[in-house]
Design a protein around this ligand. Structure first.
Ligand SMILES: Cc1ncc(COP(=O)(O)O)c(C=O)c1O
Length: 323
C-alpha cells in the first residue's frame, strides 16, 4: 500500500487539505452521467465505443487507447509488462516505487533533471509526472523534448503522467512520441471513481498493455465517467473552476508565507509547505487533514490543496494556536 491523501482510517476531518481532488467537485455533469449507467450488465469487454470517443478527443487511433482501473492500476501494469528497472524524478508520486517493489524490479529516484536524463540510459521504464506531485512543478518543453529524445535512443519507455495537467490551466508539454497517462477523476473531483487511461505511441505497445489486463478492467460507471469527461459540457465545468482554485491556492500560499513558513507553489491546485514534523498530527487533532511528506524523505514538509475560504480560515486559526 502507498500512502495517498484522503482517508486515513480515522474519523473524517471537517477540512481535508490532503487530497488533490478539485475542491469544487464533484462535476455535476459527470455525476449525472454515472447515475445513468446501467450497472445490471457487463460493459462491452473491448470498450470499443469508449476507446473511439477518447481517441477522437486526443486525435489518435482507437487502438492506441488503453483503459485502466485508475492511473495507479495502469502504473502497476506498465511496470509488470516492461519488467525492468524503473526511474522517476523525485520527490514524486509514491505509486511508481510501490509498483516497482510489487513487481520485484529496481527503482531509482533521480534528484535533479540532469540526473534523470542521465538515468534514462539505465532504465527500462521512466515516469515523469507533469506537473509533478507533490511539488507542482511543470517541466518545460526543452526538458520534456530532451527526455523523450534520450528515451527513444535508449529504448526506454517514457511515461508522462498527466494526472494534474487539467488542473494547471497552463499549456502542458508532453510528447506524443512517449506514453501519456490520464487520471481525470482528480480534476473533476471524483476520486472514488476508479478510471484512467493511457495513450501509447504505438498500437503494438497498446495491445501488449491491453492484453495484460483482466477482462472488464473497468465497470459501467467508469465507462460512463470516461466517456462524459471527454465532452464539452464536462470540460466547460472544469474550466470554470480553474480561476477559483487558483485564487484559493494563492490565498493558501499567502497565509502560510505570512506566518513564516517556507512554501513551494507550483502550477497545480496544491502547495508544499514546511510546517514542521508534528504539524500533521497537531492539525488532525483540530479537524484539519494535510498530507505529510515524510515518506518522500521530507519529514518537515506537508502538501496542502486549494480549499474554500472557510477551510483557509480554520487553517489560519489552527496555525495561530500552534504559534
Ligand atoms: C501523479 C499522480 N498520478 C496518478 C495518480 C493516481 O491516480 P488514480 O486515482 O487514477 O489511480 C495520482 C494520485 O494521487 C497522482 O498523484
Amino acid at each position: 500500500m502507498t500512502f495517498h491523501g484522503g482517508p486515513d482510517g480515522g474519523p473524517e476531518p471537517r477540512y481535508d487539505f490532503s487530497t488533490n481532488a478539485n475542491a469544487l467537485g464533484p462535476n455535476p455533469v459527470l455525476l449525472a452521467a454515472i447515475r445513468r449507467a446501467d450497472l445490471s450488465r457487463y460493459p462491452d469487454p473491448s470498450y470499443g465505443a469508449l476507446r473511439e470517443v477518447l481517441a477522437a478527443h486526443h486525435h489518435v487511433p482507437a487502438e492506441s487507447v488503453v483503459l485502466g482501473a485508475g492511473a495507479s492500476e495502469l502504473i502497476h501494469r506498465l511496470v509488470r509488462v516492461r519488467a525492468g528497472a524503473v526511474l522517476a524524478l523525485g520527490p514524486t508520486f509514491g505509486e511508481y516505487a510501490h509498483a516497482a517493489r510489487a513487481a520485484g524490479v529496481g527503482y531509482r529516484e533521480a534528484r535533479s533533471r540532469e540526473a534523470f536524463l542521465r538515468g534514462l540510459g539505465n532504465a527500462a521504464l521512466a515516469f515523469l509526472a507533469q506537473p509533478n506531485n507533490p511539488t507542482g512543478e511543470l517541466f518545460d518543453a526543452d526538458f520534456v523534448r530532451e527526455a523523450a529524445r534520450r528515451a527513444s535512443r535508449y529504448g526506454t519507455w517514457l511515461v508522462f503522467d498527466l494526472a494534474y495537467a487539467p488542473l494547471t490551466g497552463a499549456a502542458v508539454s508532453a510528447l506524443e512520441g512517449a506514453m501519456r497517462l490520464f487520471a481525470p477523476n482528480k480534476a473533476h473531483g471524483l476520486t472514488g471513481v476508479r478510471a484512467g487511461y493511457l495513450i501509447a505511441p504505438s498500437q503494438n505497445l497498446a495491445a501488449r498493455l491491453v492484453g495484460a489486463a483482466p477482462s472488464w478492467v473497468i465497470g459501467a460507471a467508469e465507462v460512463a465517467f470516461l466517456r462524459a469527461q471527454a465532452g464539452a459540457e464536462a470540460r466547460n465545468w472544469l474550466q470554470g473552476t480553474l480561476p477559483v482554485l487558483l485564487a484559493w491556492r494563492r490565498q493558501l500560499a499567502g497565509l502560510l508565507h505570512e506566518r513564516g513558513y517556507e512554501v513551494r507553489e507550483g502550477a497545480a491546485n496544491f502547495v508544499m509547505a514546511r510546517l514542521g514534523e508534528d504539524a500533521a498530527a497537531f492539525l488532525r487533532a483540530r479537524g484539519l487533514r494535510v498530507r505529510p511528506l515524510a515518506d518522500k524523505g521530507l519529514p518537515d514538509w506537508a502538501r496542502l490543496s486549494a480549499q474554500p475560504l472557510e477551510a483557509l480560515a480554520a487553517l489560519a486559526a489552527a496555525l495561530e494556536e500552534r504559534g
